[in-house]
Design a binder for this molecule. Structure first.
Ligand SMILES: [Zn+2]
Length: 297
């Protein structure tokens, strides 16, 4: 069952998607609370690519990782949900048994080969494979990697402050998926201003969805890409940047960051690598009329 994944090139770097889960049947009314327009599908029929909704007009979303290979390093961007997790407040993502590591292998990576794990933020569906359960203990899945993430995320989700936030889905996540890599001495943090990392990458603050989320830009050989994290969850938000998902914790900031990213990539050939879009999860944003348009690549 090994489908060879599609490989994108950005200068001398390759980027490959490893999808952990494809989730259909997601109600748009629930996913975009207070925003969803029931006439949206009909009025945008001509400008929407295929594959965004299922046969019942419900959203299709995915959860996944981007594998980035530079001439020097093997890098993962975000690590999906993970297996065996104890998530009493999030039963849909709890105790998964998915062949993520086999799919990673299909994308040409063994856990030992990973040099860096770059995390855009510390929500449940972005940090899970940081660790795996061995003999009842959570241990780093990528033993030779440095795990790099925004400091603000650690400060917030590692404290009780986040327990009052709307993301109850993240209960237990820090303890099982982040703390073990910190305790193993493998963690490195990025300050609130972001900045250049390993020459080709730049952490760009795009807060709102979570308290300190950062998008990660990649520049190589005159080409450019952006790993947008959860600035957007679904291509519908390219057409409606004001629509927040149900998971966006700081709503005004989330809208501002989404608008900033769209403006930043719309006029140049910047590949946008999403975390949760369906299909390839990668594409381009261009301008159309007064707004923006999404095309998969
Ligand atoms: Zn997410």
């Amino acid at each position: 069952m090994s489908d060879r994944p599609k490989v994108y090139r950005v200068g001398d770097v390759t980027v490959t998607r490893v999808t952990e889960m494809v989730i259909g049947g997601v109600s748009p009314e629930i996913y975009f609370p207070g925003s969803w327009d029931p006439d949206f599908l009909e009025s945008n029929n001509d400008s929407l690519p295929a594959g965004l909704i299922d046969s019942n007009a419900q959203l299709i979303v995915t959860i996944g990782t981007w594998v980035v290979k530079t001439p020097e390093h093997t890098i993962l961007i975000d690590t999906a949900t993970g297996n065996d997790k104890n998530l009493p407040l999030n039963p849909d993502l709890a105790n998964l048994q998915l062949p993520y590591l086999e799919r990673l292998k299909d994308a040409g990576v063994t856990p030992e080969e990973v040099d860096y794990v770059l995390l855009t933020h510390l929500h449940v569906d972005h940090v899970g494979w940081n660790t795996k359960l061995v003999d009842g203990h959570w241990v780093p899945t990528f033993p030779n990697a440095r795990y790099v993430f925004p400091l603000k995320e650690q400060e917030y989700y590692g404290s009780t402050a986040s327990h009052n936030s709307k993301n109850e889905a993240d209960f237990n996540v820090f303890e099982e998926s982040v703390l073990p890599v910190i305790e193993a001495g493998l963690a490195e943090t990025i300050g609130p201003e972001g900045g250049v990392f390993l020459d080709r990458f730049t952490f760009i603050p795009t807060p709102g969805h979570s308290i300190g989320q950062m998008s990660i830009s990649l520049r190589s050989g005159g080409e450019e890409a952006l790993f947008g994290a959860d600035v957007m969850h679904h291509p519908f938000q390219v057409l409606h940047p004001e629509w927040n998902s149900m998971y966006c914790e700081f709503e005004d900031q989330a809208r501002a960051s989404r608008r900033f990213v769209l403006e930043h990539i719309a006029d140049r050939p910047v590949i946008y690598f999403s975390t949760h879009f369906p299909e390839s999860a990668a594409g381009y944003v261009t301008r159309e009329g007064n707004g923006f348009k999404w095309s998969f690549i």
